[in-house]
Design a protein around this ligand. Structure first.
Ligand SMILES: [Zn+2]
Length: 61
């Protein structure tokens, strides 16, 4: 049986241009213990041509 709910794919979007530039796996268990709801990662945005603080968007199916 597949593990349920441990990991899920989420997209990372640039806050400036709203482009979804990255897809990452988020570990629900880890996130819960840290008490943080949203992932934030500094990533290069090809549209903005700069590094911006990408934020997690909804789950990808
Ligand atoms: Zn951007």
């Amino acid at each position: 049986m597949a593990k349920k709910g441990a990991r899920e794919l989420v997209g990372m979007i640039c806050p400036t241009c709203k482009a979804q530039n990255y897809v990452t796996e988020r570990n629900k268990v880890n996130m819960d213990t840290k008490g943080k709801g949203k992932l934030e990662l500094k990533k290069w945005c090809q549209k903005c041509k700069k590094i911006s603080l990408h934020k997690e968007t909804g789950k990808l199916k």
